[in-house]
Unconditional design. Structure first.
Length: 62
């Protein structure tokens, strides 16, 4: 199965970050994802299951 997520992609999540942004850049892909908020630059680690469940849109990095 081809992976939908790749490093450098921008994803839009269902819920907004407290800074008001709902877009995140993928920095690491695996069992856990490292995401960076595009609003404030905060980085978080999130499980793959939560990312797949809460993603509304994926903007592929060209």
């Amino acid at each position: 199965m081809a992976d939908r997520f790749a490093i450098g992609d921008i994803i839009r999540m269902k819920k907004k970050h407290p800074c008001g942004s709902d877009e995140w850049k993928i920095l690491r892909v695996g069992a856990d994802f490292r995401l960076q908020c595009l609003g404030c630059g905060h980085q978080i680690m999130v499980s793959r299951k939560l990312v797949e469940k809460n993603t509304k849109e994926i903007k592929k990095n060209a």
